[in-house]
Write a protein that binds this ligand. Sequence first.
Ligand SMILES: [Zn+2]
Length: 142
Amino acid sequence: MTHTVATAKKLEEALRADGVRITRQRAAILKVLSEAEDHPDATELHRRARDIDESVSLATVYRTLTALEEQGIVHRHSFEGTPARFETADLPHHDHIIDLDTGEVVEFRSDKIERLQAAIAEELGYDVVRHRLELYCRRKDK
Ligand SMILES: [Zn+2]
């Protein structure tokens, strides 16, 4: 999924609206978050942010992620067997495959599954508000 530089600005604005001051450290975190296409965990985000600004601490990464998550701007994924991983919430809806051998996260979207879920919920008297679907997989060619 493609992220744009505009995302970093949007993240900044959302934090500002919440009264959070955009320090150099936070700006670095927002930049790497908006450019990430691989669902990095906090440690990896910290590593990348430090390439931009050495003074970014892991604690600042955690605090910033928590603030962004509380505002629904960032999704935290608690995939089994991996530390929490993050992605911006502005992407079109998609689900995830987690490769059990490599930990790699692959995005997919199926209209068939979306429709089926809506139909199941409907039958049971519900509207789907949101959902998360995670497939834990192993490559066939292994
Ligand atoms: Zn994703």
